[in-house]
Design a protein around this ligand. Structure first.
Ligand SMILES: NC(=O)c1ccc[n+]([C@@H]2O[C@H](COP(=O)([O-])OP(=O)(O)OC[C@H]3O[C@@H](n4cnc5c(N)ncnc54)[C@H](OP(=O)(O)O)[C@@H]3O)[C@@H](O)[C@H]2O)c1
Length: 257
């Protein structure tokens, strides 16, 4: 039986993507830290859709996590057809506000774990007639964002890696799609410790996680390489490309205290 593995599926965009995939008939493997939220999400999806759902509570920021997920999936006899690398978070404020350990933890989850899962599940995905990798980046991937610098850099990494891998795998069964949401109504701003201005800006332009998930899964199934969600976010990325970089960066810095 083939499964879609979704990281960060306990809430927010990941949970919405899991629901969207279940609606399309995919069985699900849900991974995040919160055992109770995973159990609840799995229960809701099973009740709503006729699919199989299993979950694994794990801190994906541990270096051993990608191997742990592969071992768990193998031990349970699951075949993964879809890999959704969604788990991630940001940290806003001046660079020195956070310890090196805090920065590294975010970098580990946003980049290393994403690469680790992609590399470890690749052989299984390659045995499928058709397989998908969906990576969640961010509109922050399209420019440097002062006071959100490391987060934006991790998402620029996700964007560049995903585009490169999409081309590398172009003649096989796997497509790689990178989706970049802008402000989305999830727990992200709280964990990122956004200040008042950041919160207000996010609220102004928020998309729902469901809307993001619909766009993401549609793009993934169509085998697209890259999608930015929503008109405003597309416009933002275009402006960041067109306008002088320093001007764009100074404007962005005003949002994040
Ligand atoms: N919301 C936005 O405005 C926005 C904009 C652009 C991009 N994004 C990206 O979208 C993705 C999803 O974020 P979201 O907005 O849905 O935020 P969210 O509501 O905070 O959800 C984050 C998910 O990742 C999981 N997660 C966090 N740390 C983890 C860890 N160490 N190990 C395992 N799972 C972990 C969380 O579950 P647990 O807490 O249970 O572990 C949760 O399921 C992220 O990659 C984020 O960077 C979000």
């Amino acid at each position: 039986m083939n499964y879609a593995l979704v990281t960060g599926a306990s809430k927010g965009i990941g949970k919405a993507v899991a629901n969207e995939l279940a609606a399309k008939g995919f069985n699900l493997l849900l991974v995040a830290r919160s055992e109770s939220l995973l159990e609840q999400t799995a229960g809701e999806i099973v009740a709503r859709y006729k699919v199989k759902v299993d979950w694994y509570a794990l801190d994906l920021s541990r270096p051993s996590a990608p191997q742990n997920v592969l071992d768990w999936s193998r031990a349970k006899g699951y075949t993964v057809q879809v890999l959704v690398n969604n788990a991630g978070y940001g940290l806003s404020g001046p660079f020195e506000k956070y310890s090196l350990e805090e920065h590294w933890n975010m970098m580990q989850l946003n980049m290393q774990t994403l690469v680790g899962l992609t590399r470890l599940f690749l052989p299984d995905l390659q045995t499928q007639g058709r397989a998908y990798i969906l990576n969640i980046a961010s509109s922050a991937a399209y420019q440097a964002v002062p006071r959100l610098s490391i987060y934006a850099a991790t998402k620029a990494f996700v964007l560049s890696f995903s585009r490169g891998l999409h081309q590398e795998l172009a003649h096989g069964p796997i497509t790689v799609t990178v989706v970049s949401p802008g402000a989305t109504d999830t727990d992200f701003p709280n964990r990122a410790q956004l200040g008042e201005k950041g919160m207000k800006a996010a609220e102004k332009f928020n998309m729902s996680p469901q809307a993001v998930a619909t766009i993401a899964v549609r793009a993934m199934l169509a085998g697209k390489s890259e999608v930015i969600t929503g008109f405003i976010n597309k416009l933002g990325a275009a402006m960041a490309w067109l306008l002088p970089k320093g001007m764009v960066e100074k404007t962005a810095m005003k949002i994040y205290e």
